[in-house]
Design a protein around this ligand. Structure first.
Ligand SMILES: [Zn+2]
Length: 303
């Protein structure tokens, strides 16, 4: 049972928006593609894990603090007798393992050692749970979820699960006893309560300014800015997708707030942001319906 769903990370949302509205450098493109790929791997893992028939608790994407250190768990499984933090990697292609490190075959570039990441998670999680009086054993796993990932000289380490081993991993969990009690619920609730909602952005984002970004409403399917309004609908001239104009304006407001959390949202700012394609009257309606108004008259803004 999923107790905490996965959401797209803020970094990914921002980079996707910037990629659409400005020219990213090759490095920034790579950063965007890595974060996107990582997230896709996690979503893939979620879809596989739904095959579990036993009634375990699953908490996705937890951000916790222990011992003054912040750590993130891609997926946490709570079974009757075990807590299983899973680190998910979506690398694709050929890699090799040498002197306890991982390297890409094509570039010989070392990647951050995911086994070290997993050890860190286990240590910090153990400390966190002991502090709160939970003594259930913890056993973490590193999942290489991409079907086309291959690791030469792979270590014989039962904590590393490659794609062909995933089914076996699930069967093993299903074989274990799954009589969850109130104590397990308490454990899950403790983790949910401790989850840090506003995650600090861990990667350096490209620098951007309002004036340098492309304005307009883009299609929510193909991201084209060539849009036409017709009878309360906004139509993409590229792919033909239809969206309710109110929904498209709301999406644009949220995107602006994401990129510029400190910007005051007014009818005029949204009118400019949407590149004058939607009437001020419609924007005002959307803002009034979805946000709280502060101030009066020409000084009014929405929060
Ligand atoms: Zn489109």
């Amino acid at each position: 049972m999923f107790l905490k769903e996965r959401k797209e990370p803020v970094e990914l949302l921002i980079l996707r928006s910037l990629n659409n509205r400005m020219n990213l450098t090759a490095n920034e493109q790579q950063q965007y593609s890595n974060i996107k790929k990582g997230y896709e791997g996690e979503v893939h893992f979620d879809s596989v894990i739904t095959r579990l028939s036993s009634n375990i608790l699953i908490l996705n994407d937890l951000l916790l603090e222990s011992n003054h250190s912040i750590f993130q768990i891609d997926s946490l499984l709570i079974t009757q007798d075990l807590i299983i933090p899973c680190e998910i990697k979506n690398h694709e292609g050929n890699y090799y393992y040498q002197n306890e490190n991982f390297y890409a075959c094509t570039t010989n570039r070392e990647i951050t050692n995911p086994l070290h990441q997993l050890n860190r998670i286990e240590t910090l999680l153990t400390h966190f749970l002991h502090k709160h009086g939970f003594k259930l054993p913890i056993k973490g796993y590193l999942h290489f979820i991409h079907p086309e990932f291959f690791l030469y000289q792979a270590p014989k380490n039962e904590k590393v699960i490659f794609y062909p081993q995933l089914n076996h991993f699930l069967k093993n969990i299903d074989r274990q006893l799954a009589n969850l009690t109130k104590r397990h619920d308490q454990l899950a609730n403790l983790l949910l309560d401790a989850h840090i909602k506003k995650s600090p952005i861990s990667t350096r984002l490209p620098s951007y300014q309002y004036d340098n970004l492309k304005k307009g409403i883009h299609c929510n399917v193909c991201h084209s800015f060539q849009m036409t309004i017709l009878n309360r609908k906004i139509i993409c001239e590229q792919c033909g997708n239809l969206e309710n104009t109110h929904a498209a304006v709301l999406r644009s407001v949220e995107e602006l707030k994401l990129l510029f959390p400190n910007m005051k949202i007014t009818v005029a700012t949204i009118f400019d942001w949407c590149q004058f394609i939607v009437a001020k009257k419609v924007i005002s309606k959307v803002l009034n319906k979805n946000y709280k108004i502060s101030g009066f008259g020409q000084w009014a803004y929405y929060e």
